[in-house]
Design a protein around this ligand. Structure first.
Ligand code: BDR
Ligand code: CA
Length: 314
């Protein structure tokens, strides 16, 4: 199984991604680092512990990280994911607690102890990663690969006309990340991929609701507010799963059906805050990101349903 470090602002779709990482058999979660984003960092850590426990992993160290973006005011997404980030279904407290040691220290120490071995998957604003890069500019070379749920390569955003939440929330951090990245090491899976290839259509939602296993029921319930938001605000019959599709690509890169390499800069201008400026000119600087554009939807859903159909692991 793939040794993983996961950076997350655990809300409902992060939680499903954690199930994939911890219970699909494809991942070996070594540590989870948390950051403010969907919810405040302490809530993200609580939700990460609950999700890992649901997947039968009470041994994974979970660390608290940065409590807000580098320069910008913190902005959560509780209107989408619920006040608790998990659909407000009254989840009981986790049996385990976060470990000592800041998330940024944990990221650095794992990467240094296992050079070239670990895969980093980020599902959140990039604050912890940028902070770690300021301490160790060579950080990315120490990972086997880095996958980020970040951006919108088709320039259709979810928090602004052109920006995706994880990049928009901390655009300075995202810029530090893209400037340190190289396309052979860092892959972004954006909002566009999720909207195309990771939509939970009504039939998928029903299937999840009816499976009856603890992980399926958990995944269904915590996405309650997301499903409602999709229906009432965006007018879509299905909600999508950005973090799980990014995790699926990390666990099984063979799921990717279309990708490109490009030089990407992150806009810090007010009107286009967090927009990806993708340089596709022939004279562009060397590509710093691999941008996944399409994923095998059926393969993704098979991985998702096979994972959550497993019997009780708690
Ligand atoms: C991203 O923002 C959060 O709402 C999701 O968890 C995902 O990481 C999508 O824009
Ligand atoms: Ca997330």
């Amino acid at each position: 199984a793939l040794p993983l470090i996961i950076d997350t602002d655990t809300g409902s779709d992060d939680a499903v991604a954690l199930l994939l990482a911890a219970a699909s058999g494809l991942g070996d979660v070594r540590a989870v680092t948390t950051v403010a984003g969907n919810v405040p960092v302490a809530v993200a850590a609580r939700n990460a512990l609950i999700s890992l426990e649901t997947a039968g992993r009470t041994d994974v160290p979970v660390h608290l990280g940065c409590g807000g973006p580098m320069l910008r005011a913190a902005s959560d997404a509780t209107e989408v994911h619920g006040e608790d980030g998990m659909g407000d279904t009254g989840l009981p407290d986790p049996r385990t607690a976060p470990r000592d040691g800041h998330a940024v220290e944990a990221l650095l120490s794992h990467a240094h102890r296992h050079p070239g071995e670990l895969t980093l998957v980020t599902l959140a604003p990039l604050t912890n990663i940028a902070a770690a890069l300021l301490i160790d500019p060579e950080l990315f070379t120490r990972f086997r690969h880095v996958y980020c749920m970040a951006g919108a390569a088709d320039l259709t955003g979810n928090v602004s006309p052109t920006a995706e939440f994880n990049v928009w929330a901390d655009p300075e951090a995202a810029r530090i990340v893209t400037r340190a990245a190289t396309a052979d090491k860092v892959t972004w899976i954006g909002w566009d991929v999720s909207r195309k290839d990771a939509v939970m259509h009504p039939a998928d939602q029903q299937r999840l609701a009816e499976l009856g296993t603890p992980m399926a029921t958990f995944a269904h319930r915590i996405n309650r507010t997301v499903a409602e938001f999709a229906r009432t605000v965006t007018g879509l019959a299905g909600y999508d799963l950005p973090d799980p599709i990014a995790m699926a690509v990390a666990l099984d890169p063979g799921l990717v059906t279309e990708q490109e390499r490009a030089y990407v800069e992150i806009s810090l201008a007010d009107e286009t805050r967090g927009q990806m400026v993708i340089d596709r000119r022939l004279v562009a600087p060397p590509a710093n990101l691999t941008l996944v554009r399409r994923v095998d939807e059926a393969g993704f859903k098979k991985l998702l349903f096979d994972t959550v159909a497993a019997p009780d692991r708690r």
